[in-house]
Ligand binder design. Structure first.
Ligand code: OSB
Ligand code: MG
Length: 367
């Protein structure tokens, strides 16, 4: 793929409702889009980095800076294969979400040129994926029950509750009592606890949860292993897993028995697939996480979630869970599922009018 240049475009996407986690409240998504122009084809990608470095160390301005200064200039002018992008960018440490966006855009351009979809390229085993929804921390339990009720009415097949100290056992108990034992229910702490909370977290063992996601700090793999030994609820890691090597370490340590795969967090869809392959070989279930993506990021996530080892519903919700107007044709839930795009590349493109309306800045980097 011979690239003539890369556009870095920032857009502002207001959320339909504030999304509160243990690390902050989001009311609008500040998204960095990457568009590569190659051989008369375009490739698009969405960078997962949020406006502030709270979920992880990356943030949108930082991702844009490292792409402009280091990552884009490192691409060879005489053409690059998408499979080589990660190796070319390896001398620059970290910045996985920025790297993922660049690799994904190059891959999209190549697949559009070849007429092959992301799903087909990655090895999708089905044409639709079951969808869960991540439900933020609310001001009260009745408000939470209303929100969950609404999502279940829309067909979501799994509910994930965000928790933090002071908002954990009571909301979980209330949701379990109201919606019954059959509901697929899990929680996500976004690193809000310490090992000293082990006894308290063990109270969640009564509620038949699918898993507790990232209870402890991002770099506390050893302590996650200790916690896992004290809980009946399976431990899932999100923030702690930044590569296939991390996933291998976590599994051999016993730090988790489920993995949330977010392609941006691990440096791209190719690394995400390696984690899938590793987990599958170990019989460890994985599911596809999300970063409140627009349709551009969602398209690729839904393709990944169609791989055979993704045996649990992911945070791949419909467009209307996030935005009144999505950047692409909306992803709409049908019978609790989203269809895997089948058109070449991501199978979606930003709608020009929407893109114009939400753009806050754009810069062009010639190669
Ligand atoms: O921890 O999974 C997370 C959103 C932003 C940052 C981190 C997380 C989340 C979510 C929502 O839980 C996932 C989604 O619906 O995109
Ligand atoms: Mg998470």
């Amino acid at each position: 793929t011979k690239i003539s240049g890369v556009e870095l475009r920032r857009i502002a996407m207001p959320l339909v409702a504030p999304f509160r986690t243990s690390f902050g409240v989001e009311t609008s998504r500040d998204v960095l889009l990457v568009r590569v122009v190659a051989d008369g084809h375009e490739g698009w990608a969405e960078c997962g980095a949020m406006a502030e470095p709270r979920y992880c160390s990356e943030y949108a301005d930082g991702a844009q800076d490292v792409l402009r200064r280091f990552l884009v200039p490192a691409l060879p002018k005489d053409g690059v294969d998408a499979q080589d992008v990660a190796r070319i960018l390896r001398p620059f440490t970290g910045h996985r979400m920025a790297k993922s966006a660049l690799e994904t855009a190059v891959l999209d351009a190549r697949l559009r040129a070849a007429g092959e979809s992301f799903g087909s390229y990655l090895g999708a085993a089905r044409d639709r994926v079951p969808c869960g929804v991540s439900v933020g921390i609310m001001d009260s339990v009745p408000e939470l029950l209303d929100a969950v009720d609404g999502y279940l009415a829309q067909g979501y097949v799994r509910i994930k509750l965000k928790i933090e100290p002071g908002w954990d056992v009571a909301p979980v108990r209330a949701v379990r009592e109201r919606f019954g034992d059959e509901l697929l229910l899990q929680v996500d702490a976004n690193a809000a606890y310490t090992l000293a909370d082990a006894q308290h977290l063990a109270e969640l063992d009564h509620f038949g949860l699918l898993m507790i996601e990232q209870p402890l700090a991002n770099d506390d793999m050893v302590q996650h292993a200790a916690l896992a030994g004290r809980l009946r609820t399976p431990v899932c890691l999100d923030e702690s897993i930044e590569s296939a090597a991390d996933a291998a370490a976590a599994l051999s340590l016993g730090a988790c028995s489920v993995i949330n795969i977010k392609p941006g967090r691990v440096g791209g869809y190719l690394e995400a697939r390696r984690i899938h392959d590793l987990a599958r070989a170990h019989g460890v279930p994985v599911w596809c996480g999300g970063m409140l993506e627009t349709g551009v990021g969602r398209a690729a996530n839904v393709a990944l979630a169609a791989l055979p080892g993704f045996t649990l519903p992911g945070d791949t919700s419909g467009s209307d869970r996030y935005f009144a107007t999505d950047l692409t044709d909306p992803f709409t839930l049908a019978d609790g599922h989203l269809a895997v795009p089948s058109a070449p590349g991501l199978g979606v493109t930003p709608l020009p009018d929407v893109l114009d309306a939400v753009t806050t800045s754009s810069e062009w980097l010639a190669l």
